[in-house]
Design a protein around this ligand. Structure first.
Ligand SMILES: NC(=O)c1ccc[n+]([C@@H]2O[C@H](COP(=O)([O-])OP(=O)(O)OC[C@H]3O[C@@H](n4cnc5c(N)ncnc54)[C@H](O)[C@@H]3O)[C@@H](O)[C@H]2O)c1
Length: 258
């Protein structure tokens, strides 16, 4: 994936240390590559360690620094241990991107406790544990970026739990920004619209893609690099007085009345 020409401020993250959850593929992988292009050492955390190792190998092949972690973000220790390990290895910890998610859409009647718990654990509780780990291991200053979704604003068909989880992530973002602001730690969210990733494309038909395009003023589907560029901005000092905020990356779709 070529992300080298994606940001106007080259090396904006030189010397900083980041962790990206769900960083083995999709949006998380693009974010990790981009933060590394900007100079950060990047921890890649994913359910399967071997997949995280592949992502870190891609960084290493470009002479960039990374560290792979396997683990479930729904468990508090996963985030706490990974951020502690990064701090030990690189001497500091500056940027957390809480991106991992597991999602199933479906009729309300077919929701099971297991599905709901997994979605809430992966997409909501993990953000809390991430914020706790950031508070514990960041110094004076840092950036937490929570990947929410345009679904936070939409009456999403068959997406009851997902929409609720992502709306909740925006609430966590605002509250954490207040608590961590005095430490110079900024907390923001990104709300991607429809973005072509492995995780999404297996669940959609060509007709669904056409429907999305018809509702997107910019008339294209998002790509992971669209989100990665905004993560680079929120991670860097260019957004140094931005906190408790969200940025939609959706080609204008979510609030368009098409
Ligand atoms: N793709 C889209 O259209 C879209 C739109 C809006 C928001 N988002 C959000 O962007 C983020 C990334 O989405 P994506 O499309 O790249 O997803 P994806 O399914 O392609 O990748 C998600 C990654 O998270 C990992 N993961 C899942 N559960 C985990 C767990 N419990 N612990 C650790 N890792 C885990 C997976 O192994 C995978 O590598 C998610 O938060 C998603 O909700 C995506």
């Amino acid at each position: 994936m070529n992300t080298s020409n994606m940001n106007a401020a080259p090396r904006a993250l030189e010397g900083r240390v980041a962790l990206v959850t769900g960083g083995a593929r999709g949006i998380g992988r693009a974010i990790g590559l981009h933060l590394a292009d900007l100079g950060a050492a990047v921890g890649v955390l994913d359910l399967k360690k071997e997949l995280a190792e592949e992502a870190v190998a891609e960084l290493a092949s470009k002479g960039q620094k990374g560290m792979a972690f396997g683990g479930n973000v729904a468990e508090r220790d996963t985030l706490m241990d990974a951020t502690a390990a990064l701090k030990k290895a690189f001497g500091r910890f500056d940027i957390l991107v809480s991106n991992a998610m597991w999602v199933r859409y479906g009729p309300i009647a077919e929701l099971t406790p297991e599905m709901v718990r997994r979605m809430v654990g992966t997409g909501f509780e993990s953000v809390i544990w991430g914020i706790q780990a950031a508070e514990a291991h960041m110094g004076e200053g840092g950036s937490v970026i929570n990947i929410a979704s345009a679904a936070a604003f939409l009456g999403l068909p068959r997406g009851l739990t997902y929409a609720g989880v992502k709306a909740g992530v925006l609430g966590l973002t605002r509250a954490a920004a207040v608590d961590l602001g005095p430490r110079g730690i900024r907390v923001n969210a990104i709300c991607p619209g429809f973005t072509a990733t492995e995780g999404v494309m297996v669940n959609v038909t060509p007709e669904m893609v056409q429907k999305r395009l018809a509702r997107t003023p910019m008339n294209r589907v998002g790509v992971p690099e669209d989100v990665a560029r905004v993560a680079g901005f929120l991670a860097s000092d260019a957004s140094g007085f931005v906190s408790g905020e969200y940025i939609k990356v959706d080609g204008g779709a979510t609030f368009a009345h098409l």
